[in-house]
Design a protein around this ligand. Sequence first.
Ligand code: UDP
Ligand code: MG
Length: 342
Amino acid sequence: MSAPASYGHSGGRSLELLSVVAPVYNEEALIGEFYARVCSALEGLPFELVLVDDGSTDGSQIMLDRLAAEDPRVRVVFLSRNFGHQTALTAGLDHARGNAVVMLDADLQDPPELIVRMLDHWTAGCDVVYAVREHREGESTFKLATARWFYRLFDRLAQVELQQNSGDFRLLDRRALDALLSMRERSRFLRGMTVWVGYRQAAVPYRRDPRYAGETKYTLSKMLRFSLDAISSFSHRPLQLATLFGFVISTLAFIAIPLVVVLRFSGSYLPGFGSVTIAVLLLGGIQLIALGIIGEYVGRIYDEVKGRPLYLVRSRLNMPDAEDESLAPLPPVIGERSHPSV
Ligand code: UDP
Ligand code: MG
């Protein structure tokens, strides 16, 4: 495959194939437009578009079938049910064959036109190029505020440094992708994991557009679970905070003991009941919170220990190298890497 001049050997990297990976969940209204925008943005470049259907229940499947039939560059993975955004993205990355890979949302909030600028950084030797949202259009004040709180909290708690306002829109070199794919943990926070792998990283600012069509697929509960996954996979700080709270409260109690004794013998009147009730409730509450925090981690350990596959594939299109073209049963390595690196 011949790469165009601008992506030739300058900087030591030549583009053999660019994989563009996008998850799709009930997006029938925008798949056609997304495909058109990607094709026009990447005209002349050798690319494949890996679309992952995350258990859509609308007409997305028909649209994807049609696209794959018309264009062999469109490769589709249908998951057996809705596994969630991060897992769907992982499934797409598993199937990407490119030596550079871009992941972005299908709703056109991440403009495909930016990919060419990201590729410039990659050609210059960067391994992870992430897009940073300078403006976010068409999103509710609630979403923007909670996103801001989350990034601030994550920054305080986690051991990786995440750029404020960087989403999952990023370009990875094959070696960074291979490192990422070797991490098969269940609670996936891809934007943190791509920073964790290190190598040479670069940021590209962009303007995040409103959704092209349809509604956000991230409900409040999905967002909450996502934030908990993010923090628990990159930080033990909540557990340490629980311990710290325990020490603070016990210290208070130790200080209170002699105080009560002195007051008792000095004859001061101690009504007691109110303060005791408050102390019992406070301590009970703190203990339950600490148990809850531990529970979040234990639950995740349990999920990991079960060792289930990350996702199940129902069928694939335009993937002659995959064995289950026609809904044949999958090999037991489902969800593990199915392609060797290019
Ligand atoms: N998505 C998915 N599975 C889900 C939820 C979302 O594959 O369970 C896809 C969705 O189709 C879109 C991308 O993930 O392409 C981002 O989702 P969305 O735009 O709803 O999230 P937001 O941009 O509002 O955070
Ligand atoms: Mg979106």
